[in-house]
Write a protein that binds this ligand. Structure first.
Ligand SMILES: [Zn+2]
Length: 400
């Protein structure tokens, strides 16, 4: 039996499944519900190139009647603009949510999900959307890693990659020449003919104002179980947005792996979730309340996606345990935000629309759960009921 509740405290996707045809014909449900409809398959997804992202965001903002504003929050290492799109401002009584995508340049679908969601938030007159906008402040950093999102091979073809484009410059930090690069600048990218760059999602520290300085040579190269060093302008831009908003909740959207996989494993895990990526550091312990909110949101999304039945969304599992305080998720969790990681299945051309829908549905369920308060009724201990990842998953250190 599918959920009968009107809108189900959920998204238009579930409403489309649950409501009788007459109800679906009501004006606020046209043409595509608040978020996206199950029959509205996103075909032939055209991924947004860097040069088109700013104009797309400006276009959505221009149609938003003042709901959305866009600014350049920072610049990538090579100078691309890093955009910040804002719906509302944090205020007492409002729940604030920061959604970040594509910190790994080769993991592009989250940016498309964000653009879909922004479009709905900007233009829909659906009462659920109006309620969300009334109760929440929602900010987006779409495609944090613009360099990786535009990375091209020697022939100029867009191939994208995980890292940004940035050399190691110890002198910039007042460090002795010869100081080793942070460990998350892959050594193979320091070889001749390679373009150096950092895994931005290891460059964070729970000390959001941390900067390397003279005498810090002994901290390098560091290691994965420790905070990073904020050497990338992308991580510093994200952290500045975080400090400005101080969100109650943070969503980071990734792919498991970064390249095509066979369509034949379509029925394997389509999504991995995680609500905890660090146990905390001595100076930055993990707030149990933030951890519980993280568990609640993760369980809510897990529940809602499973309720969709024959939606095409496959198994959902829990990302393996990790200790990564140098990730955006880890550092923000240690600054009091509830967190959720999306690791959607890697891009396979035929599945991209489904994968976008899946994440879009999860985002919508989260917005509605935070708006109507239903998420706070979820038992956080059920987080551990989310099945663990299957054996085919590679080293989790390499995906998140
Ligand atoms: Zn990733």
């Amino acid at each position: 039996m599918r959920r009968r509740t009107v809108l189900a405290g959920l998204t238009g996707l579930s409403a489309g499944l649950a409501l009788p045809a007459t109800a679906r014909a009501e004006p606020q449900s046209r043409p595509n519900g608040p978020w996206i409809q199950p029959e509205q398959v996103v075909q032939k997804v055209a991924l947004t190139e860097n040069a088109d992202l700013g104009p797309k965001l400006a276009g959505i903002a221009a149609r938003s009647g003042g709901r959305m504003s866009v600014e350049v929050a920072g610049r990538s290492a090579t100078g691309w603009p890093i955009h910040l799109a804002r719906f509302g401002e944090p205020a007492p009584g409002k729940t604030s949510l920061l959604i970040q995508t594509q910190i790994h340049g080769g993991e592009p679908l989250g940016t498309e999900v964000a653009l879909h969601l922004m479009q709905t938030l900007a233009t829909s007159s659906h009462p659920t959307v109006l309620d969300v906008l009334d109760k929440l402040a929602i900010w987006f950093i779409p495609r944090l890693n613009m360099d990786g999102g535009d990375f091209r091979n020697a022939d100029g073809f867009l191939v994208q990659r995980r890292q940004n484009t940035q050399p190691w410059t110890p002198q910039e930090w007042g460090l002795a020449p010869g100081t080793p690069a942070p460990w998350y600048l892959p050594r193979q990218l320091l070889q001749p003919g390679q373009t150096p760059g950092y895994d931005i999602n290891r460059d964070f520290s729970p000390d959001l104002g941390f900067r390397l300085g003279p005498g810090d040579e002994a901290l390098l190269p560091g290691r994965s179980e420790l905070p990073g060093f904020f050497v990338t302008p992308e991580a510093r831009t994200s952290a500045a947005v975080f400090q400005r908003m101080r969100p109650d909740f943070f969503i980071d959207h990734h792919h498991r792996g970064s390249n095509t996989q066979s369509d034949t494993d379509n029925q394997l895990t389509t999504l991995q979730l995680v609500g905890i990526v660090t146990a905390g550091t001595p100076d930055f312990p993990l707030d149990p309340a933030a951890r519980d909110l993280a568990f609640q949101v993760n369980v809510l999304v897990w529940d809602r996606l499973r309720e969709l039945g024959n939606s095409g969304f496959g198994g959902i599992t829990r990302y393996p345990d990790v200790e990564l305080p140098g990730t955006a998720l880890g550092s923000y969790a240690l600054n009091g935000a509830g967190i959720m990681l999306y690791e959607t299945r890697s891009v396979a051309q035929k599945s991209m629309g489904m994968l976008i829908q899946q994440s879009l549905f999860g985002f919508g369920a989260t917005l509605e759960g935070l708006t109507d308060g239903s998420v706070y009724a979820v038992d956080p201990n059920r987080y551990h009921d989310i099945p663990p990842a299957g054996p085919s998953i590679g080293n989790p250190r390499d995906d998140l």
